[in-house]
Design a binder for this molecule. Sequence first.
Ligand code: GDP
Length: 245
Amino acid sequence: RAAAPRDSWSSESSGSSGSGDPLYRVVLLGDPGVGKTSLVNLFAGLQERDLLEQHGEAAYKRTLSVDGEETTLLVMDTWEPEQPGEESRRRSQCLQVGNAYVIVYSITDRGSFESASELRIQLRRARQAEDIPIILVGNKTDLVRCREVSVEGERWWRGGSDWWDLAPGFLPSCFPLVPGPACGSARGASGAVSPPCSSLAEGRACAVVFDCKFIETSAALQHNVAELFEGVVRQLRLRCGAKES
Ligand code: GDP
């Protein structure tokens, strides 16, 4: 299990959302073993975490101070692996209740990266018309030598100078793309100079395809974990601001 959060976090524990501020449900999704519980433990703080029982499930509530404003998140670590032949009520409930989603994969486990894109598709199906913040998280960046989600991939052109670098075979067939000029080609179809092939990590490219934010973390080193949850808060505020205006 990961250690308690750094003192420098700009956040405080809270047992309730306090002054009538809205409370946002954030659901963690991802394969077993990718580090969801470790990330949630860091969010909650080992000493102070407030374990709530919600329909018999664990969730952690905390008020974060981000950009001088407080927001309360209820982070739910309730995702369970798919059982063969079983429609899980809990799984479909998880896909329905979140105001925001954190989809976690391990950079050391290619299968978990592929599951992450499956989960994004499931989420899109379950919440079709909704604009929900989704953050794709590549965890375990401390395990550099075991990295399986590489920083290089195939380049695909969307047309003009618009391209994505993706893992070989990653692109779902439903995306109307064509392979672009070979990697290393200096110019795209519109004549724009292309960056080097390795400039875009697969995780980031996946986030672009699936229209979500992307961050790499290490729960073990407590790297980027505060930034992850602060990012969730900012994404929620952006959506709320858009709804209100
Ligand atoms: P979950 O099943 O997705 O909730 O994963 P856990 O949080 O239980 O973590 C599974 C294992 O991976 C545990 O042994 C953790 O200590 C380990 N782990 C989690 N995050 C990291 C990380 O960032 N780096 C390393 N090296 N190990 C991690």
